[in-house]
Design a binder for this molecule. Structure first.
Ligand code: ZN
Length: 151
C-alpha cells in the first residue's frame, strides 16, 4: 500500500510542478474565482462551454501543491464531458476525499487518476485545497461570475 501512496504523491507533485491547462483557453465563456483562505490557495477556472458540453477548460492561480495538482487534473478530467457528467464526477470526487472508504457507496473507478487524492481525506485541512478548483468550477457553470476583489 505504501508503494501506491508513493505513486500517488508522485502524480500530485508532477501536476503541481507542471500544471496542465494552465491559462485561459481560447474562446472561454465561463469563469469563476475561488479562494481558500485557510491555506492561501487561489484558483480561477475558465471554461469553454458549448451547449451542455465542456469543450475546453483551464485555470490560473497559486497555492499549495494539492490545490494546484487538483485544479490541473480536474481540468484534464472534465474536457469533453457534459454538465451532468461533470456534476457526477464532482460528487464522486468529494465522496472519495471526505468519506472513509467503508462509507462510500459510489464506485471510484470513473475518477481515473483523480483517485490519487484518496489520501487527502486523512488530512481534513487539505480537503479544501483539493476541492477549491471544483467549487470554482461549479460557480463558473452556474454563471456565478463574482470577481473577488480586495479593493
Ligand atoms: Zn492548500
Amino acid at each position: 500500500m505504501s508503494e501506491l501512496r508513493d505513486l500517488y504523491q508522485e502524480v500530485i507533485l508532477d501536476h503541481s510542478r507542471t500544471p496542465r491547462n494552465f491559462g485561459e483557453p481560447k474562446g472561454a465563456n465561463r469563469r469563476a474565482q475561488g479562494t481558500n483562505p485557510l491555506c492561501g490557495d487561489r484558483a480561477t477556472v475558465f471554461l469553454k462551454l458549448d451547449g451542455e458540453v465542456v469543450q475546453d477548460a483551464g485555470f490560473i492561480g497559486s497555492g499549495c501543491s494539492i490545490s494546484t495538482a487538483s485544479a490541473s487534473m480536474m481540468t484534464e478530467s472534465i474536457k469533453g464531458k457534459t454538465l451532468a457528467q461533470v456534476e457526477a464526477l464532482f460528487e464522486t470526487f468529494r465522496e472519495l476525499i471526505t468519506k472513509d472508504p467503508d462509507a462510500r457507496h459510489g464506485d471510484a473507478a470513473p475518477l481515473g487518476k483523480l483517485a490519487v487524492f484518496s489520501g487527502v481525506g486523512e488530512f481534513p485541512a487539505r480537503v479544501k485545497c483539493a476541492t477549491l478548483a471544483w467549487h470554482a468550477l461549479r460557480a463558473a457553470l452556474k454563471g456565478e461570475e463574482q470577481p473577488v476583489s480586495t479593493e
